[in-house]
Design a protein around this ligand. Structure first.
Ligand code: MEV
Length: 425
């Protein structure tokens, strides 16, 4: 639809939508309502703003990572994700998670086409490595002073559908930033030099979201005992070692089958994205990196790995690229993102990446533990029933009563919620 919105104020945009019959005045009032992210701030972040779009902001408890206790902010609309993370973290206590992360090194790519002798050019670029690094670093002295900056240069010759091209990688330590701005500026600044060395023409100059130099890892052990106790009173008769085996089978399914691996990794990203969003980071970047990394060996695979230790307990591990920052972008301009970082208490982007990796592992464990034992629906059902009751018009205790009744009857649907609401009224 061709609506001229760009030059209007937020209020004028809303009135235009009402005038065009796209939304009602009531909906315009709701959209334009002030929230923690003010309309004015939102209007400075992106174009054509007509409101803000809040998500539930929750805190995951029980996380101990590298011996430190964390309260973890999660912004997510999906029921059971936060509960799953809390529960998985609790079952990993008292040891909790161990986690590590690489230095925050991002890759900036410069594509060179029409290079007369591509292999020679790649060699010449590597030979001029020091000069290239110095020139790239001259555009960000502050980053260099903080210990970051361009650290290395790589060059590859690629066979593409349009012939050979030389692709140069600048490896840039971006410290506590996500890094897109610093890397893109460096990549652009170094282009004339690379054209001169290679004799070719530069095309794209942009960071890669496949941040393989910026991996984060987490590990936890879930004991047979803790696993068995977690099912107590849930009507599922499984011994601890049977649960360990069931979870290993669930993981092996993902390792063998990309159809399952996609869903397995989606469960990981439920946790990862929720923290990435809460802290104002770019979740599309983290998603792109995670899925590209999942297929880096040619087959789309799970981002986690499970095994049994000498005691027969379950060991879970995760490794994935996590390009997140604490400075720049929405991490600084979004007020609730700033509060999230404060609650989390992380001091560096590296620490944030470790926390996110631990949450991803916890989330995955929670999902496959439920799937391999009691099934996922039981946990989902009570929240789903509550949502249906609210959608039918029930409020507060009334909604809880209707949800409980639907679960007891095993009839959890919108029609039944409406009927029960009429009965209650
Ligand atoms: C749902 O959001 C996530 C799960 O499908 C993950 C999984 O299947 O492992 C439950």
């Amino acid at each position: 639809m061709n609506l001229e919105l760009r030059k209007l104020s937020v209020n004028e945009r809303l009135q235009k939508l009402v005038a065009e019959g796209i939304i009602s005045q009531e909906q315009a009032d709701l959209l334009g309502k002030e929230g923690p992210l003010s309309i004015e701030a939102a209007n400075k972040m992106v174009e054509n703003v007509v409101g803000t779009h809040p998500l539930p902001f929750a805190l995951a408890t029980n996380f101990k990572i590298n011996g430190k206790d964390y309260l973890i902010p999660m912004a997510i609309e999906e029921p059971s994700v936060v509960a799953g993370a809390c529960n998985a973290a609790k079952l990993a206590l008292p040891a909790g998670f161990t986690a590590s992360a690489d230095e925050p090194v991002m890759i900036g790519q410069i594509q060179l086409v029409q290079v007369p002798k591509p292999e020679d050019a790649a060699k010449k670029i590597i030979a001029a490595r020091k000069e290239i690094i110095a020139q790239a670093n001259s555009c960000d002295p502050v980053l260099v002073k903080m210990g970051g900056g361009c650290k290395d240069v790589e060059a590859r010759v690629l066979d593409s559908p349009r012939g050979k091209m030389v692709v140069v990688h600048l490896l840039v330590d971006v410290r506590d930033a996500m890094g897109a701005n610093a890397v893109n500026t460096m990549a652009e600044s170094i282009t004339p030099k690379l054209e001169e060395i290679s004799g070719g023409k530069a095309r794209l100059r942009i960071l890669s979201n496949l941040a393989v130099k910026r991996l984060a890892r987490a590990k936890a052990v879930w004991t047979k005992k803790a696993l068995e106790e977690s099912l107590a009173g849930k009507g599922v008769e499984l011994k601890g070692d049977e649960i360990v085996d069931a979870i290993l089978d669930a993981w092996a399914f993902a390792a063998a089958d990309p159809f399952r691996a996609a869903t397995h990794n989606k469960g990981i990203m439920n946790g990862v994205d929720a923290v990435v969003v809460a802290t104002g980071n770019d979740w599309r970047a983290v998603e792109a990196g995670a899925h590209a990394f999942a297929s880096i060996n040619g087959k789309y695979s799970p981002l986690t790995k499970y095994s049994k230790n000498a005691d027969g307990d379950l060991v879970g591990e995760i490794e994935l690229p996590i390009a997140v920052g604490l400075v720049g972008g929405a991490t600084k301009t979004h007020p609730t993102a700033q509060i999230a970082v404060k609650i989390l208490g992380v001091k560096t982007a590296k620490e944030l990446a470790q926390v996110i990796a631990a949450v991803g592992l916890a989330q995955n464990f929670a999902a496959i533990r439920a799937l391999a034992t009691e099934g996922i629906q039981r946990g989902h059902m009570s929240l789903h029933a509550h949502n249906l009751a609210v959608a039918a018009g029930a409020k507060g205790a009334q909604a809880e009563k209707i949800a409980a009744q639907m679960i007891a009857e095993k009839k959890v649907n919108a029609q039944r919620a409406k009927e029960l609401l009429l009965e209650v009224k």
